[in-house]
Design a protein around this ligand. Sequence first.
Ligand code: PMP
Length: 396
Amino acid sequence: LFASVELAPRDPILGLNEQYGADKRGNKVNLGVGVYYDDQGRIPLLEAVRRAEIKRVEAAAARGYLPIDGIAGYNKGAQTLLLGQDSPLVAEGRVLTAQALGGTGALKIGADFLKQLLPDSKVAISDPSWENHRALFERAGFEVVAYPYYDAATHGVNIEGMLAFLRQLPARTIVVLHACCHNPTGVDPSFEQWKQIAQVFQEKQLVPFMDIAYQGFGAGLEEDAAVVRLFAGLGLDMLISSSFSKSFSLYGERVGALTMISGDRDESTRVLSQLKRVIRTNYSNPPTHGGTVVSMVLNTPELYQLWTQELATMRDRIRAMRDQLVDKLKAHGVKQDFEFVRKQRGMFSYSGLSAAQVDRLREEHGVYAIASGRICVAALNSGNIDYVAEAIAKVL
Ligand code: PMP
């Protein structure tokens, strides 16, 4: 049966992690990861999460099946994060949400649903994009194309190239957008540019599939949802995949949600009924623990307050690391301009380092980064940043 099965290529990032694990050097640093670490280099367990978990354990609740679309309070909380309190769209019944297995799970159930609805549409993702976008939509049966996005010369968005590409797409092309904190570049369009992008979606009847995996890591919870609210406010039907993996530091609990905004209440009812069939035939219903904890935090004012503070601490720490990296590179005599690193947002930075420089960083200094030059700024800390800055200075 299995004799003809070929060995699949290794996931490049996981491969790098394995290599890092096997490295015996005491001063090694892993900037190849996609995870937030605190200043002690640990994945934090947020206090808001810890308190919710204690309450949950004390309640000793049975673990029956959840509804197919998950916990109602969780879904409501996810909608509020995206659209704000008192959203008229929610009041009109145009918004539906299903708890999902992380952002990845949300993208996948969205992709499966769309494949039924728009079997002949293509999917457009940014060039570059999160490395799983292409594979995920191809697996769901779509042809995937890439729209121009990153401009290495300016360390900014190639907005003209992007707009021109979007304008020539057939109506109903599905376009994946990073709502904030673009992975892997850290470079987002300005709000003015987003308005131009949204206008093309309207004119050309493109289908926005927003991916928001870092809400709260850019400028703040509200600010980072501005693009979702811009598109929603224009009356565009859309899909949004939310991930809470980073914002709650609950990576392994698989906490995410798929939200869709439709034309009216009746449409939403029908769409949700179809989405539930997708879920039912994939994994039946989502797991209880992570969703319950997130729901408790989102719906308990004291825990919510605490969570937003902890999120702000993570955001501020990343920004401080950006500033320090730029300053320390200068202090090490680097003449090249790295000011752009301060302006990037979220956990990642396209550092501008070449593949050869990344190789030297790893081989000569034990500093691991992705071949594209992507570094995880959230893996820098006060204990390793001097060493990293010095190592980068040496390979430049
Ligand atoms: N989208 C983007 C842009 C991401 O960076 C990630 C996670 N690295 C995901 C989706 C997937 O999130 P999750 O881990 O919650 O599945």
